[in-house]
Design a protein around this ligand. Structure first.
Ligand SMILES: [Zn+2]
Length: 181
């Protein structure tokens, strides 16, 4: 499909009521993750009927570690659920097997300082992820998330670059912060 048409179709289908996260099925939650820095790939069901699968969860925490420092931490499950909501919405919009290409997730204090992260970055708390989804223009995803108020209580930032990517964090329920970097 021609790129412009694809983007239009995607943007339109994301706005259908059926694509809203409230409609997401509750039976299973899973994520497809890729880390370019470590060449790791993980596709895993981490929740079944609302119950966390500890083994799968540990695998996710490992893949979302600070690759540079080779240090893992606890990743906020709410962040994972938000990511799963994105996956569900994109799947319903016709994207095949959406995969999060994770540029950065948990960061040690030192790595965060080296990359110029915010002083109290949510990355250091395991509550943030920088990503893009191959095949999905980040600007389309970002404006859709803004438009449908995808989740309350998130921080989300859009960054240019090639490819465009975005920051997402699960800060506080009831507090949403949106920026474009
Ligand atoms: Zn970030």
């Amino acid at each position: 499909m021609e790129r412009r048409l694809f983007i239009k179709t995607l943007a339109a289908s994301l706005l259908l009521p059926s694509a809203l996260p409230a409609q997401a099925k509750q039976t299973g939650r899973w994520l497809n993750l890729k880390r370019p820095q470590s060449s790791e790939v993980l596709s895993v069901v981490y929740k079944r009927n609302g119950v966390l699968d500890e083994r799968a969860y540990r695998q996710i925490c490992h893949v979302m570690r600070d690759v540079k420092a080779d240090q893992a931490s606890v990743i906020d499950v709410r962040l994972l659920d938000i990511m799963d909501g994105i996956r569900v919405a994109l799947t319903q919009a016709g994207v095949l097997n959406p995969t999060f290409l994770v540029h950065s997730a948990f960061r040690t204090w030192q790595t965060n300082r080296e990359v110029g992260g915010a002083l109290r970055s949510y990355h250091m708390k395991g509550q943030a992820v920088d990503f893009h989804i191959p095949g999905v223009p980040t600007d389309v995803l970002f404006s859709w998330m803004k438009q449908v108020k995808f989740h309350e209580g998130v921080g989300m930032g859009f960054y240019g670059g090639t490819p465009n990517w975005m920051h997402l964090d699960s800060r506080d329920i009831g507090r949403t912060v949106i920026w474009e970097g």
